[in-house]
Design a protein around this ligand. Sequence first.
Ligand SMILES: Nc1ncnc2c1ncn2[C@@H]1O[C@H](COP(=O)(O)OP(=O)(O)O)[C@@H](O)[C@H]1O
Ligand SMILES: [Mg+2]
Length: 398
Amino acid sequence: MEQVYRQKGYPVQTLSREQDFPKSGIELVILTRKEDAGMAAQLSSVYGVPVILSVPGLKPDVPPEGCAEMLPYPPHPAYLEKWAKREERALDAPKEPSSALNPAGVSANDLMEQMIRQKASKQTFSLRGQTVPFVEPLRPLAKRATILTITGVKGGVGKSTFSILLARNLHQKGQRTVLVDLDNMGNLARLLRVDPIVSTDRFEVLSNTLNDAELEQNLIRTGYGFWVIPKGQRPMGLSADGTRRLMYLLSRYADTVILDTHPSRMVCTVEAMREADVVLGVTGTDRSTWAEIRDFFSLTEKPVHLVLSRTREKPGVLHEISQILESQTGYPVLGYVPEDDKLFEEVQAGEMLMGSPAIETAMKQIRLKLWREDAQKTETEKEGMRTWRFGRSKGTRT
Ligand SMILES: Nc1ncnc2c1ncn2[C@@H]1O[C@H](COP(=O)(O)OP(=O)(O)O)[C@@H](O)[C@H]1O
Ligand SMILES: [Mg+2]
């Protein structure tokens, strides 16, 4: 939204706290969260400007007290013209006496606007001593999150459960982690017991306009501490563009993004596999389900690692099974997640997923393998295995 309005010459600032409001120069306040509607009357009287409530998915309706309008976010730019007082003010604004610094005698207000606009072309500006990013779409990123794509060729093998356990583990280790439900049939919102008010669809509809501050407001914090973006309503999932946009925006925000996908060649699954730093293929130990694995993962050039999920076998047997799996597919096995009755019961009861200590140990081993020595090792032994280095330089997009 900001980009569109800036092109039209309006300085737009995204502020998440009331304390951050500039003292002057505000013409219109747009509240983007329903809970903030109660502030409208006060804001409107303090600043003497109209306040609009504009929330994603909101139906235009009679506005609550203090709000001039109530409409879905983002408000159409043409709509804002209605409220903008630029022309009027330019006429009214007294000219300053011309001086060496201000030869044209531009009014103080206009000078301030010019300044904001100049600053908007930079990446950040300073607001009361705090550095605030201006968001410009699809520029090279200074920071890029690690993207882990969880996928596979079969449903019901434990991909979503594994995604949650991994997100929880990374969060506990201090990583800012966002889990995204890219599965159009997914149920992460239910599993994580959050209200799916925001969905991946937002990244489709607002592909050029969703900005960081809003993103941050709209990510849903789970009881585990990490964040989640529930699935959208689209029967075919996100488009390739929407998927890329999603990862681009989240990249600025998170240390690690975990993408839980639908096990098919759906556009967003394939895109997620291509954008990933590492693809984690989750599979069971049932060999009859392995036939498709090699073909499926040849869709990506990114390093693929397999995770054996819901295992009931003893360690020695598991080792043998993974050797067969590796030689059949050409992809290394990163670790195991044991079948855990406690975990299963927690899911059935709609409780938080904790699992027994064996689950914790398994997840720790997987994390260590992802981020430590093994991950640094260049894998060249087997044909068809990808050469990779997990810690490759950030800030590059391929
Ligand atoms: N490690 C595990 N131990 C016990 N049950 C599990 C485990 N992983 C998954 N499950 C159960 O298996 C079912 C499918 O899991 P889910 O994660 O939704 O699979 P997917 O995402 O691959 O379709 C769920 O009922 C879940 O509780
Ligand atoms: Mg799933």
